[in-house]
Design a protein around this ligand. Structure first.
Ligand code: ADP
Ligand code: ZN
Ligand code: ZN
Length: 749
C-alpha cells in the first residue's frame, strides 16, 4: 500500500497538494513536519505535512516528496487546526495562512544559521604557566604591550572572567588588533567560536514582586476568576488608569504557576515598549516579545524555543503572534480589544486578531480576557447578552479623578475672531497653565503631514495622485506632494496647472503646522511630534515616548498614535483640535470610533495631585456624541449606536463580507464585478450591495471594485462561502475575466 501526504505550500493559490511518500520516509514522516517537494518544472518548495493517508489522488499523477526537513514537527497539532480554521473562516487558502504565519527563515530549505561569535581566551599553555608568572614575564620581555594584555587577562581570569570578544578586549586593554593577533600567533591566546542567541537575555537582575492590588482591583480580579468558572471569555471594562495591566499581571502569574502559557496581545508595537518593560520586571526571561520589528532570525529562535522543552511561558505580541506554537496555552489576554489595528487589511489572511485569539483560546480550552476602557460595540453586546462574563472597574487607581472635559465652539469663536490660528483661547490658557506649573500638554489631531490637502484658491483644483484615486498630501519638510497609498511624490507646482493662479493654499491642518503655531505661541516650550510620518521606525516611537515620559519635551503633538494606551505621569491638559473630522468620517463605525478615540486621548490627562483637563474643539458643540464624551457615558453611546445599527442592519445585527475585484483595466473590472453580483444576488436577496467604486478606487495602477454583503446572523457562513467560491470559479472560466483578481474580506473593519 502506498502512502501519501497532503502538503501545504506557502503560496497564495489553492489548497493542500497530495504527494507520494517515499518508502524510506514513511516511518519518520509526521504531520506538522516540513518537507521539500517538487512543483511544476524544476521548482522546489518547502511545505508542511497536514495529513498522511493512503488515498491515491484520482485522475492525476502525483509527484514524490524530495526530502524530509524536520525530525520533530515544526507545527503543533492545535496550531494546524487553528490555521485551518483561519483559512476557512477568512475565506483564503491554507497557503496564504502559512505564508503569513511561518517566519521566512522557516520557509526556506537552507537551514537557519545560528549566530556565532568569536571569543578570545588565554591558551591552555599560558593558563598552566599562570601559577608561575615569572615564566610569562620572561617570555614577553621584549613586548610591553603584549605583556600588558596578558597581565590584564590573567588577573581577570582569576576573578572568573575568562573570555572576551575582540572589540571588548581591545577597548579594555587599549591595545590594537595587531598586538592581540601577535599573541594569538605565538600561541599564547586562543580563539574559539561559540553559538550565541540573538535574543537579548536579561542579566540576572532580581525579579520584582507583583504589586498588591487595590480593593477595587482585587474585586475585579476575583470577579474575573469567578466568571471563568462559567464562561471562558470575560470582558474587563475598566476606565483608563484603573490599573487593568496590574490585574493582568496577577492573572498571568496565577497561570504560569499552574505551568500554563499566556498569550498577551497588544494592538501596536508603540505600546509594547512601555508594557514590556513593566512585564519584564516581573517575568524576566520566561517571556518573549513578538512584533513586526523582531528580525527574521530572532523569529526563528523564538519559534524553536516555543516548540522545544524550555519554552517561553509568556508571549507578548501584536496580532501575528496568534500564529506561534503553544503547547499548554492557559490564558489569552487581548488588551485594548476595541483597537481597529487588530484587523489585518492586506494581504490575506484578513483576520481580526482579537477574534482569532478567542478561537485559539477555545481550541486550547484556555480562558480569555478582553480589556478596554472603551469596548467595541460587538464585544460589549456579547457581554450584555451574557455570552461573555462582564466585569467593570470604574475608578482610577489611587482614586484619581477623571479629567474635566470642556467643549469649545470653534465656529462662534471664529465668528468673533477669537481663535488664534488653530487654538481657542481656553486651550491656549490651559496649555500656558500646564507649562507654568512644570507640567505637560498633549495635542491630538486626526491627520498627518503639513497642510494635508492643498487646493487652488481661485478654481478649486486639488493635486491628485496619477495612480490612485486620492488627493496628494503636502509635506512641508520635503516641499513635495505625496500619495499616502502608493508613495508617489512630486514637487509642489508653482502655479495652478488648471488656471495659472499662484494661490495654492492649504485647506486643513497637520501636525507640522500645529507645531509651528505652538512654537509662535509658546517659544520656550520643547515640542515633540508623534505621527505616522515621523514614526518610520521603532526607535522613533521609542524616542518620542521616552522624551515625553522623561520630560525632555513639554508638549507632544500627535495623531492616532497618542490614543494607544500610553501611560504618562505629568499630562495636565489634552487638546482635541478638530473633533468634527473624527465624527464625520464616512463609515458606519465613525461614532463608535470617535467616542473611543476621544475617551482614550482624554485618558492621558490627569496627575497624581491634580485633575486633568481635556479641551475638545468642534464646530458642532451640541452633537449628542460629545455629550456622551463629556459625561464619560459609554452606555449612552452604546444605546444610541445600537439603535442606528439596528435601523440599518449593521453588525452586530448582521455580518458583513466584502468581495473585492482588482484589474488594470477599469471597464473589465467593473463588468466582472457586475457579472459576479448578478450571479450571487438571486441566492442572497436584498443582501448584495454594489458593485461600487470604493473611496480609493485605484491603487498601484490597479482599479478596484467592491461588492458588499450584509448577511443576517441566521445564515450559515459556510453555505454562503460555497456560493461565493462557485461564482468565483465561473468568473475565472470566462476568458475575459481570467486575469481579474478577486478576494474576500470577512468582517471588514
Ligand atoms: P490601565 O491599564 O487601566 O490604563 P494601568 O495598569 O496602566 O491602567 O495603571 C495606571 C497607573 O496606576 C500605572 O502607572 C500603574 O503603575 C499604577 N497602578 C495601577 N495599579 C497599581 C497597583 N496595584 N499598585 C501600584 N501601582 C498601580
Ligand atoms: Zn486654479
Ligand atoms: Zn498613489
Amino acid at each position: 500500500m502506498s502512502c501519501y501526504a497532503d502538503i501545504v505550500l506557502p503560496l497564495a493559490f489553492g489548497s493542500a497538494l497530495t504527494y507520494l511518500v517515499p518508502e524510506a520516509m514513511t516511518a519518520s514522516l509526521r504531520v506538522g513536519c516540513r518537507v521539500r517537494v517538487p512543483l511544476g518544472q524544476n521548482r522546489h518548495y518547502v511545505g508542511i505535512v497536514v495529513r498522511i493517508h493512503e488515498q491515491a489522488p484520482v485522475g492525476r499523477s502525483c509527484k514524490t516528496i524530495d526530502e524530509l526537513v524536520d525530525i520533530e514537527p515544526l507545527l503543533l497539532e492545535k496550531q494546524l487546526e487553528f490555521w485551518q480554521w483561519m483559512a476557512d473562516y477568512y475565506a483564503c487558502t491554507p497557503g496564504e495562512v502559512m505564508k503569513a504565519g511561518l517566519p521566512i527563515g522557516l520557509k526556506r530549505t537552507e537551514n537557519y544559521r545560528p549566530k556565532r561569535c568569536r571569543l578570545i581566551r588565554l591558551s591552555d599553555m599560558l593558563a598552566q604557566t599562570m601559577a608561575c608568572p615569572e615564566n610569562v614575564r620572561k617570555m614577553l620581555a621584549r613586548s610591553g604591550r603584549q605583556q600588558q594584555v596578558v597581565d590584564y587577562m590573567m588577573a581577570k581570569t582569576r576573578q572568573g572572567q575568562p573570555e572576551w570578544t575582540l572589540p571588548a578586549l581591545m577597548s579594555q586593554t587599549a591595545c590594537s588588533r595587531a598586538v592581540i593577533d601577535g599573541l594569538v600567533g605565538r600561541g599564547l591566546l586562543e580563539v574559539t567560536e561559540k553559538e550565541v542567541s540573538r535574543l537579548e537575555t536579561e542579566t540576572e537582575a532580581p525579579l520584582a514582586d507583583v504589586r498588591p492590588l487595590s480593593r477595587e482591583q482585587r474585586q475585579a480580579y476575583a470577579s474575573i476568576v469567578e466568571s471563568w468558572t462559567v464562561k471562558p471569555v470575560c470582558l474587563l471594562h475598566g476606565v483608563t488608569s484603573s490599573g487593568k495591566t496590574e490585574i493582568y499581571i496577577h492573572l498571568i502569574k496565577d497561570c504560569l504557576s499552574r505551568g500554563e502559557q499566556v498569550l498577551y496581545l497588544l494592538p501596536e508595537i508603540a505600546l509594547t515598549t512601555q508594557i514590556t518593560s513593566r512585564l519584564k520586571k516581573v517575568f524576566g526571561n520566561s517571556m518573549c516579545v513578538y512584533h513586526s520589528k523582531v528580525s527574521e532570525a530572532e523569529r526563528v529562535e523564538i519559534w524553536n524555543r516555543l516548540i522545544g522543552q524550555d519554552s517561553y511561558q509568556l508571549v507578548v505580541g501584536v496580532r501575528s503572534s496568534v500564529f506561534l506554537p503553544f503547547r499548554r496555552l492557559g490564558l489569552v489576554i487581548v488588551d485594548e480589544e476595541h483597537e481597529p489595528s487588530y484587523k489585518q487589511q492586506e494581504p490575506a489572511p484578513r483576520y481580526h486578531a482579537r477574534n482569532a485569539a478567542l478561537m485559539l483560546a477555545r481550541l486550547h480550552g484556555a480562558n480569555a480576557l478582553l480589556g478596554s476602557a472603551t469596548p467595541s460595540i460587538e464585544s460589549y453586546n456579547r457581554a450584555v447578552e451574557g455570552k461573555y462574563g462582564h466585569v467593570s472597574l470604574s475608578v482610577r487607581y489611587h482614586h484619581l479623578p477623571l479629567p474635566e472635559i470642556l467643549v469649545e465652539d470653534v465656529k462662534s469663536l471664529r465668528r468673533r475672531k477669537e481663535m488664534q490660528g488653530s487654538f481657542s483661547p481656553v486651550l491656549i490658557g490651559k496649555i500656558g497653565e500646564a507649562l507654568n506649573a512644570g507640567d505637560q500638554a498633549m495635542l491630538f489631531l486626526n491627520r498627518r503631514g503639513y497642510a494635508p490637502l492643498l487646493s487652488c484658491h481661485s478654481c478649486g483644483w486639488t493635486p491628485r495622485c496619477p495612480h490612485c484615486d486620492v488627493s496628494l498630501h503636502y509635506h512641508k519638510q520635503s516641499g513635495r506632494l505625496q500619495c499616502h497609498y502608493c508613495g508617489w511624490s512630486q514637487p509642489l507646482p508653482a502655479v495652478c496647472p488648471q488656471c495659472g493662479s499662484h494661490e495654492i493654499t492649504d485647506t486643513g491642518i497637520g501636525t507640522e503646522k500645529i507645531e509651528e503655531e505652538l512654537h509662535a505661541l509658546f517659544p520656550a516650550a520643547r515640542l515633540g511630534r508623534m505621527d505616522t510620518d515621523t514614526m518610520k521606525s521603532r526607535q522613533h516611537y521609542e524616542r518620542a515616548i521616552a522624551d515625553f515620559e522623561e520630560h525632555r519635551t513639554d508638549i507632544l503633538v500627535g495623531t492616532q498614535m497618542l490614543t494607544k494606551g500610553l501611560d504618562f505621569g505629568r499630562v495636565r491638559v489634552v487638546g482635541i483640535l478638530d473633533a468634527d473630522s473624527i465624527m464625520n468620517f464616512p463609515d458606519f463605525r465613525a461614532h463608535e470610533r470617535a467616542f473611543q478615540l476621544m475617551m482614550q486621548v482624554s485618558g492621558r490627562a490627569g496627575r497624581k495631585d491634580c485633575r486633568g483637563t481635556v479641551v475638545v474643539q468642534t464646530r458642532d458643540p451640541g452633537h449628542p456624541l460629545l455629550q456622551a464624551v463629556v459625561n464619560n457615558d459609554y452606555k449612552k453611546m452604546y444605546v444610541e449606536e445600537m439603535q442606528q445599527r439596528h435601523q440599518f442592519s449593521y453588525p452586530p445585527y448582521s455580518y458583513l463580507v466584502d468581495v473585492w475585484f482588482k484589474h488594470r483595466d477599469a471597464s473589465t473590472v467593473k463588468k466582472a464585478a457586475e457579472c459576479y453580483a448578478s450571479w450571487i444576488a438571486p441566492r442572497l436577496p436584498d443582501m448584495v450591495f454594489g458593485p461600487f467604486s470604493p473611496a480609493v478606487s485605484r491603487i498601484k495602477g490597479l482599479c478596484l471594485q467592491k461588492i458588499s454583503l450584509k448577511l443576517p446572523p441566521s445564515l450559515s457562513l459556510s453555505k454562503i462561502k460555497e456560493y461565493l467560491y462557485s461564482a468565483q470559479e465561473t468568473l475565472h472560466k470566462n476568458p475575459d475575466y481570467r486575469s481579474v483578481q478577486l478576494f474576500f474580506d470577512v468582517d471588514p473593519v
